[in-house]
Ligand binder design. Structure first.
Ligand code: BGC
Length: 246
């Protein structure tokens, strides 16, 4: 199936048509910058621009950085509370002119990695973590997703862990790769204590720079970068359409 995948991020919306049988983008991705936090009207205009760019009229899958309950947007991490409790499928449907299904952005990226990337064929427990503005997470066991695991929100020193170890924190605080990786180690230690995953897949922009910081990680589980790199979110958003029952 050909589905327009839209990956909603804290600083930009990115999209491309995807062939869900091969996991390949059918055109170069289109990226539209947004403010942080992102007003609803601005985000919907970004989605409209992406659909227009590809002259798209077909189905649309959206990976969105919040809890997703069917068509509804639940608790939102960093994008802005203005999005909460809205019917996301209806809003994005009007904006793009297509039928829309939503999934949590990290769940979407995880689906893509399990089908086409680093998790392909993995039957045990797999934890996908995306490091960006926040920390996204997706848990798999025997290839099946446990949806909406918000593991970036596990508390650490009175705050969500993502405020301590997200990729954005490295930039904001001017941390070296080493010092930031030590924070990620603390986080991965807690994740391992809770879930004992056999494989940890790391996504987000920092997964492209794994040579700079993976060497500092100390885990029992094997840790690998996402193989689809930055495309995992877009491919996953398209897969989310099928996953949600399309
Ligand atoms: C949100 C998650 C999201 C993650 C990565 C968190 O702040 O709560 O839903 O998956 O950021 O975007």
């Amino acid at each position: 199936m050909k589905i327009l995948g839209i990956d909603v991020g804290g600083s930009a919306f990115k999209g491309a048509p995807v062939d869900t049988r091969t996991g390949k983008l059918l055109a170069e991705r289109h990226r539209v910058k947004v403010d942080s936090p992102c007003p609803t009207a601005q985000g919907l205009a970004a989605a409209r621009e992406i659909a227009r760019h590809f002259n798209w009229r077909g189905p649309v899958g959206v990976g969105f950085p919040s809890v997703i309950l069917g068509d509804r947007i639940g608790a939102v991490g960093n994008l802005g509370h203005n999005w909460e409790n809205k019917n996301g499928a209806a809003l994005f449907g009007r904006a793009t002119g297509g039928r829309v299904r939503l999934a949590n952005d990290a769940d979407a990226a995880g689906l893509a990695e399990m089908k086409f990337g680093a998790g392909c064929g993995q039957q045990g427990s797999v934890l996908m973590l995306t490091f960006g503005t926040g920390i996204g997470s997706a848990l798999f066991y025997r290839g099946r997703l446990f949806p909406n695991a918000e593991l970036g929100h596990v508390p650490w020193r009175g705050k969500p862990f993502e405020r301590f170890a997200a990729a954005a924190v490295r930039k904001r605080r001017g941390l070296s790769w080493h010092d930031w990786a030590l924070r990620v180690n603390v986080y991965l230690g807690v994740m391992e204590r809770l879930f004992s995953p056999e494989l940890i897949i790391i996504g987000g922009g920092v997964s492209k720079k794994s040579d700079k910081w993976f060497k500092y990680l100390k885990t029992h589980a094997r840790v690998v970068p996402a193989r689809l790199r930055n495309d995992a979110g877009i491919v996953g958003a398209a897969l989310a359409w099928e996953h949600a029952g399309g």
